[in-house]
Design a protein around this ligand. Structure first.
Ligand code: PEP
Ligand code: MN
Length: 337
């Protein structure tokens, strides 16, 4: 439930309403807005009788939210959330961000070379998996902590914040020591213990949409992180599984404007995992930005033909450079500052 206060409600009106909510056995979360304050009511399972609340001074109206998510919804928080990743602002609406890097960290040379190139082309963050969620156990599983160290070194040398995946709740502390943005992969979107653990840290999280997740399930997964107190969450559409097999997944770009209506959280798009095909990555990255995405996440590798994972969908260095040029022109055209 959401309690919307009048423009003129005072702090003591807000405190008094919050107190009553707590007396009713729920949590009250005041959300100050530029025009008015709203108070989120949390911890209720089902309909809450609002008669007592509607009568209190300063209360304008009560919205009953029957969705499995509240904290992530726009009803609850009308202004866009801006996520700060080591100084890079995601969701500011000023400029889309580009995250580039290989699927996996493979060697010091590979990751440093890529980091410097991404930086040179104007990329904002460096990605690279150290813990890899591979479909089969015989595939390269990532360099684990060694990979985190190499990624951190590449981040330092290039000046780029680093993004990397965390797969288990036990590793959240370790990955958070190195990463500026912790990624939850599609396969772990509903690993609720992992989400809860990420809610307790003070670093931003990139939550990818599960390959069979509905929008409601996606937002409910984000809610787990916010419910533990971490509001720094970026959503990421990376394609869903459909009957179509010509592409690795089906990029559901309509969720970008849809999620912008439903939620205040920023949303990025990963056209690499969505398409699985190098030639489709740049067109879909640009389409994502036109649809209003706050940024794109693309795989780039110095020698994709030798990549230990996802080579066929990784951009070459010239391909990435070309995309960055096109993105610069596109963002001007789209009226970004
Ligand atoms: C990745 O980004 O490296 C990855 C494995 O992506 P996804 O979880 O979207 O498949
Ligand atoms: Mn990959």
């Amino acid at each position: 439930m959401l309690i919307v206060m009048n423009h003129s409600a005072s702090q003591s009106d807000v405190d008094a309403v919050s107190e009553i909510v707590r007396e009713m056995g729920f949590r009250a979360e005041p959300i100050p807005g530029s025009e008015r304050t709203a108070i989120g009511v949390l911890g209720n399972h089902g309909y809450v009788d609002d008669t007592k609340i509607l009568d209190l001074p300063g209360v304008q109206r009560v919205i009953h939210v029957s969705k499995p998510y509240k904290l992530v919804s726009r009803d609850f928080h009308p202004e866009n959330t801006i996520v700060d990743v080591a100084g890079i602002k995601v969701g500011q609406g000023c400029r889309p961000v580009v995250v580039g890097g290989p699927c996996a960290v493979e060697s010091e040379e590979q990751i440093i070379k890529t980091a410097l190139f991404v930086r040179k082309c104007g990329g904002d963050m460096l990605r690279g998996g150290a813990f890899k969620p591979r479909t089969g156990p015989h595939c390269f599983q990532g360099l684990r902590e060694e990979g985190l160290k190499l990624l951190a070194k590449a981040g330092k040398e290039s000046g780029l914040p680093i993004v990397t995946e965390v797969m288990s709740p036990d590793n959240v502390g370790l990955v958070a020591e190195y990463a500026d943005l912790l990624q939850v992969g599609a396969r772990n979107m509903q690993n609720f213990d992992l989400l809860r653990e990420l809610g307790k840290i003070r670093k931003p999280v990139l939550l990818k949409r599960g390959m069979s997740a509905t929008v409601e399930e996606f937002l409910a997964a984000a809610e787990y992180i916010l419910a533990e107190g971490n509001e720094q969450v970026i959503l990421c559409e990376r394609g869903i599984r459909t009957y179509e097999t010509a592409t690795r997944n089906t990029l559901d770009l309509s969720v970008v404007p849809l999620i912008k209506e439903m939620s205040h959280l920023p949303i990025m798009v990963d056209p690499s995992h969505a398409t699985g095909k190098r030639s489709l990555v740049s067109p879909m990255a640009k389409a994502a930005l036109v649809s209003g995405a706050d940024g794109v996440l693309v795989e780039v590798h110095p020698e994709p033909e030798k990549a230990l994972s996802d080579g066929p969908q990784s951009l070459t260095f010239p391909g990435f450079e070309q995309l960055m040029c096109e993105i610069k022109q596109l963002t001007k055209f789209l009226g970004y500052c």
